[in-house]
Design a protein around this ligand. Structure first.
Ligand SMILES: NC(=O)c1ccc[n+]([C@@H]2O[C@H](COP(=O)([O-])OP(=O)(O)OC[C@H]3O[C@@H](n4cnc5c(N)ncnc54)[C@H](OP(=O)(O)O)[C@@H]3O)[C@@H](O)[C@H]2O)c1
Length: 307
């Protein structure tokens, strides 16, 4: 038997529990991974409450989680690209990564560089490929200026760094306590709240060319008010505003890049070109505490579970 996060009904954090489940057996093209770290993401909380059930139906009991990093324990037929003992980064498409042992499609894994920590590797997938997809969607050119809302969060902290690497001037909207980290990564920090439009305008005398919204709550309209073209505004969360104004919602849950981009990001981290801040690591048994912290919506970087 082995431990996994489970829930049996939609609800608040208290529906989450740890269950003893059968040890999974790898089928064709599957790899059994002993999870060392599994990131947590706001989308999982939305699935758990039933808020996204029209788009992403659930069956119960449900597992939870996509992000993972760990050690290969066993491989199925056709999965011999990896061998027991290999350290890997990857993702589950079956809401199952928050567990001691997880079956992963062989195509959803990439080797973990030795100098990337378990916490960073385990928290990389959703935030990393989402940030990568969002930055690509707004087609930045060198010398342009972009604004990122939620700039110090899981997705935002990576998006600002990738936008800098694309040669853009980056304005990051964040609360005061994150401004030093943003400055240290070449980002111009701007506090959100009353007067934010004036502060952005003052920080960008040459105008704003692109906008990535990772927070919702009016940032699409703010981007439009700043004169950003609709095809250069990307929101990861405000789907009503996207439908109303025709802005982008890339990469979107069904169009996320896979293991190839994960490998690229892991390489950047290994080479010291990309940082994934780790806000906190909790044992698997403290999954409720981990989501309690995440759902305050002030995480700097990633929270991970350590089975
Ligand atoms: N569509 C997709 O495929 C996809 C994939 C991943 C994530 N998402 C969505 O993207 C969003 C961000 O995810 P995440 O993992 O980055 O979340 P997160 O790590 O919880 O980040 C939350 C961030 O929001 C910031 N924030 C709080 N209040 C704010 C405000 N009023 N204005 C601007 N920023 C504010 C916080 O900054 P301070 O601490 O500085 O206040 C914090 O850094 C979530 O809604 C998630 O569901 C979508």
């Amino acid at each position: 038997m082995t431990k996994a996060v489970r829930y049996d009904e939609f609800g608040g954090i208290d529906v989450l529990r740890i269950e003893e489940v059968d040890r999974p057996v790898p089928g064709d093209r599957q790899v059994l991974v002993q999870v060392k770290a599994a990131g947590i993401n706001p989308g999982e909380a939305a699935l758990r409450t039933g808020a996204m059930t029209d788009i992403f139906p659930s069956t119960f009991p449900s597992g939870q989680g996509s992000d993972l990093a760990g050690v290969v324990v066993e491989i199925g037929a056709g999965a011999d690209r990896f061998a027991p003992g290999d350290e890997v980064i990857g993702f589950s498409e079956k809401r199952s990564s928050q567990a001691e042992l997880v079956l992963v499609d062989v195509d959803n894994l990439t080797p973990k560089p030795e100098n990337v920590t378990w916490e960073v590797a385990g928290g990389l997938y959703i935030a990393g490929v989402t940030a990568w997809g969002a930055v690509h969607s707004v087609q930045l050119e060198k010398g342009e200026t972009i604004v990122v809302s939620g700039a110090a969060g899981g997705v935002g902290s990576l998006a600002v760094q990738l936008a800098r690497r694309a040669g853009a001037t980056v304005i990051g909207l964040a609360s005061e306590r994150n401004h030093e980290w943003l400055r240290g990564h070449g980002v111009i920090p701007v506090a959100y709240g009353d007067g934010v439009t004036d502060r952005i305008t003052a920080a960008a005398p040459g105008g704003i060319h692109a906008f990535i919204d990772t927070y919702g709550d009016g940032y699409v309209e703010l981007a439009l008010a700043l004169g950003v073209a609709i095809e250069r505004i990307d929101t990861l969360i405000d789907f009503p505003a996207a439908a109303k104004h025709g802005v982008k919602t890339e990469p979107g849950p069904n169009g996320r890049p896979g293991a190839q981009v994960l490998a690229e990001l892991a390489g950047l981290i290994a080479d010291g070109h990309l940082e994934v801040p780790i806000a906190n690591a909790y044992p698997l048994t403290q999954v409720r505490q981990a989501y309690t912290e995440l759902e305050r919506r002030h995480t700097h970087g990633k929270i991970v579970l350590r089975p």
